[in-house]
Design a binder for this molecule. Sequence first.
Ligand SMILES: Nc1nc2c(ncn2[C@@H]2O[C@H](COP(=O)(O)OP(=O)(O)OP(=O)(O)O)[C@@H](O)[C@H]2O)c(=O)[nH]1
Length: 274
Amino acid sequence: MASVGLQVPQQHHDILRLFGGVLSGAEAVKLSSLFPKSESPYTSADDSEASSQAPRLTRKRKLPLAQSATAAAACGACATTFVSACSLPTDKGAFTLRAYRHIGPKRSHEPVVMVAGEAKGEGVFVRVHDQCQTSEVLGSRRCDCKEQLDAALRHIQEHGGAVIYLQQEGRGIGLANKVAAYALQDGGLDTVDANRHLGFADDERSYECVPYILEDMGVKSVRLMTNNPFKVASLRALGVRVLDSVPVVVPTHEDNERYMRSKVERMGHLIDGL
Ligand SMILES: Nc1nc2c(ncn2[C@@H]2O[C@H](COP(=O)(O)OP(=O)(O)OP(=O)(O)O)[C@@H](O)[C@H]2O)c(=O)[nH]1
């Protein structure tokens, strides 16, 4: 069986150094494996010659080159790389799908952006949406995530804009932990206390890749599609210019009503009628 030995390749040493040695070798190998060698944002003396001769399909965006000093301070050590874009016909119309790779101190993942119409300049409709496999893939009615995603996609199809889709399942705790949190909610805890019971913060998400994605797309300011003031504050703290927030309210039903109430009462969401 393959295992991670003690021999960590040179490019992984670079990542270990970047993260101040906080990561184990295995974690660093996993993070680095998100990047094909020719696209690694961290080049070592050993491979710089080879990579300079390789075809360049991607634009690299390293944090030290970022224009936003606020974002640099907030992120500390991260890199977001544009990978590719394609057309994506869907049941809601035609979009362009842009794909990125992000490596960061809290998580490394592959953000994608659904773009419709003109999504550049000032006041662009943008939703920053976090993955919810239980509703979006499995059809769960415990939350409103899929309905919000669909509503946002329809909105940008009509008005132009972008949905930035981040792989931060379960407010950043991951799918298996979210199932554990659901089990605790089946036993009577609400969504916040379930997270705490498992030893997590109420919200473990991080949005450090968003400023770079917006900058890459030429978006200067956004009208953020969200009901969550904490999300607005988090993005502003990273240097994103949020002009206002646009509510994304979808009908509540008996299967998600308790969750929706908890979002309002425990997490400060602004949802009319709740
Ligand atoms: N830990 C945990 N995560 C959940 C639960 N229900 C949904 N999620 C996750 O919550 C995230 C969506 O967060 P929400 O709080 O519903 O909404 P928001 O993104 O903060 O705010 P909006 O922009 O208004 O949608 C997704 O990553 C879901 O997977 C739950 O009970 N526990």
